[in-house]
Design a protein around this ligand. Structure first.
Ligand SMILES: Nc1ncnc2c1ncn2[C@@H]1O[C@H](COP(=O)(O)OP(=O)(O)OP(=O)(O)O)[C@@H](O)[C@H]1O
Ligand SMILES: [Mg+2]
Length: 495
């Protein structure tokens, strides 16, 4: 038996607001293996990672690193010991280049700068999904930014690489690049701790599984002894119903939103389609196919966009203010950046789209509490700020804030990225119910299974052009991926 690189001995963490995020966590992580860490939104995964990486202190128990009890005074201690972390909310410096981000934490650790630059270039070349080292991070798409974060972590030859949901916002091909990197790191004898809500990738990628529920370890096992249903049940504490396809395609109502020759230079070729009342239309495509760009252009959030967007036959002005006033709602992909206002309370955040801060505090509080209940948001209360929530629960706040009565058309960009397996089904059911009540929905997702399960129609984008409009009843996952011009992540991983 190989001795573990890291063991956790009764780790506890109580946040200053009184939340006991971890309670007596026991685990051990052997080198050369990929360890999956799972749990529902708010289970304590990110808290544990912050402790391992020295960003937060523990309130009980101890870390045993290479057989010795250790205590990190800060991230530098953990980093110097050989622990590199890729956080859930990517803390890159947006105004710096990818290279400077990679070199940032390394100052002082490398004797000469040119060797550090060489090392950066070598790491990026080995990634399998290289990015331009000179590009400013803010200009890179979300997938490339994730790659920069991974590359940054690999600087300095870490022994333990911790990844907090590295694939949550990534499309197929980028996920494949992450999988290859993870397997390569383990083959090199490093230890990888991998957090994900995607059970298929946990099963395909990891050697062991540790499941947290309400801050406690409820399952520790070799991955080979488990299947997806067993893992899902451990996460949720109950068996989880997988989303099924609707029995038949539903009849849809009158045209509501008409897109006419919408185009944006370099991003979208002129495209036209119509959303009908009660219809859920999916948008599938590889990364860079223009999926998110399409939603932003419809929402008036692309100053270069040309063409027309008509609601009930009337053209909407091309600004986000006019789109919101007309009743369009966009739940963006990059929710941490665009979706909520950090210092404001949950109640205030959810009231925002209803025209600024509501005067009626009681109504605001009631609406917020209803949303918290409906989406099972784990929060100390409506006065909490998003910063006090787990990543997935903060995402739910953004989704909740747009699910209001005033919404006429719902635009969803990866609504279940980062959402746990139980809540995912709840959110998709809620979307379907909203559509059944007449709301037209346009939904972008990297999960073909998700689109097939809830959409009435699926639009396929390739290089910014609409190349197909398919009936989900006549497609399977492989077919969708093929139409979009890609290959299935898991098949590629096995190859
Ligand atoms: N800075 C903080 N202050 C107070 N409470 C916090 C803070 N960060 C997290 N929490 C709370 O600690 C608990 C565990 O959160 P954590 O972020 O570890 O969950 P997670 O397992 O990473 O969930 P997710 O899948 O949503 O990312 C939650 O109840 C959360 O609200
Ligand atoms: Mg988290």
């Amino acid at each position: 038996m190989v001795s573990p690189l890291l063991s956790l001995d009764g780790i506890g963490k109580c946040w200053p607001n009184g939340t006991a995020a971890l309670r007596g966590v026991e685990a051990s992580f052997e080198p050369g293996r990929v360890h999956g860490l799972l749990g529902a939104n708010g289970a304590g995964k990110s808290t544990l990672i912050k402790i391992l990486s020295g960003a937060e202190s523990i309130t009980a128990g101890q870390l045993i690193w290479q057989g010795e009890p250790r205590r990190w005074r800060g991230p530098r201690d953990a980093r110097a010991a050989g622990i590199a972390t890729i956080y859930q909310h990517i803390p890159l410096v947006p105004t710096l280049s990818a290279r400077d981000n990679m070199l940032l934490e390394q100052r002082g650790l490398w004797r000469d700068a040119s060797r550090a630059r060489q090392e950066a270039a070598r790491i990026v070349a080995a990634l399998g999904h290289p990015f331009p080292l000179d590009a400013t991070v803010a200009d890179l798409p979300i997938g490339a930014r994730q790659m920069v974060a991974i590359a940054q972590a690999l600087m300095g030859d870490p022994q333990l690489v911790i990844m907090d949901e590295p694939t949550a916002s990534l499309a197929g091909d980028e996920r494949v690049a992450v999988y290859h990197t993870v397997r390569r790191l383990a083959a090199e004898g490093r230890t990888v701790l991998f957090v994900s809500h995607f059970l298929d990738e946990i099963v395909a990628l990891t050697d062991t599984v540790t499941v947290l529920r309400d801050g406690k370890v409820v399952l520790r096992a070799e991955t080979g002894t488990l299947d997806e249903a067993a893992i899902a049940a451990a996460i949720a504490g109950r068996s989880v119903a997988m989303l099924e396809r609707p029995p038949e395609r539903r009849a849809t109502g009158a045209p509501v939103l008409e897109i006419r020759d919408l185009a944006s230079p370099g991003r979208l070729a002129p495209l036209s389609f119509t959303l009908h009342a009660g219809e859920i239309v999916g948008v599938a495509g590889m990364l860079g196919s223009g999926r998110s760009e399409l939603l932003h252009a419809i929402f008036g959030d692309d100053p270069r966009a040309r063409g027309q967007v008509l609601l009930d036959g009337r053209a909407i002005g091309r600004s986000t203010q006019e789109a919101v006033a007309a009743g369009l709602a966009l739940v963006p992909e990059d929710r941490a950046r665009q979706g909520y206002v950090g210092p404001m309370s949950l109640a205030e955040n959810m009231a925002l789209p209803a025209g600024g801060l509501l005067i009626d505090d009681a109504a605001e509080a009631q609406a917020a509490q209803a949303a918290i209940d409906r989406l099972a948001i784990k929060a100390p209360g409506i006065d909490a700020t998003p910063a006090e929530l787990s990543g997935g629960n903060a995402q739910k706040v953004v989704i909740a804030k747009w699910l209001t009565a005033r919404t006429r058309v719902l635009l969803l960009d990866e609504p279940t990225a980062g959402i746990d397996i139980g809540a995912r089904t709840d959110i998709l059911r809620l979307v379907r119910k909203l559509a059944d009540d007449g709301l037209p929905v346009l939904i972008v997702s990297s999960e073909p299974s998700e689109l097939l399960a809830i959409c009435d129609r699926i639009l396929i984008l390739r290089d910014g052009a609409l190349v197909a409009d398919v009936d989900p009843a006549e497609q399977d996952e492989a077919g969708l991926i093929q139409l979009a011009g890609g290959s299935a992540p898991m098949e590629r991983n096995a190859a």
